[in-house]
Design a protein around this ligand. Sequence first.
Ligand SMILES: [Zn+2]
Length: 95
Amino acid sequence: MRELIGKIPTKDPNITEMVYRTEMVRCLECQRTAPMGIEVVTVKKSEESKEVVRHVCYCRGHGFDYETKAQNLPTRPYVQSETSLLRERQIIPVA
Ligand SMILES: [Zn+2]
């Protein structure tokens, strides 16, 4: 089972960290296998493709920062309406 929690944008607009909740992962930090953990996939987008540049797993303890960060950011819809784009650039204040 793998469930997307959220996406974390990085300083590079082409690079996004996708955070998943995943069963049976081996933690990078403590090297223990956790029944439920956090998977972080760093994806680099170019015009034609998406490339995975980093793929790491953590137990819930070590992945906690990623989990909370991803949960606090709304997952962006694939198709954005013009209004939400404008709101993102803070042209239209959020009521
Ligand atoms: Zn760990």
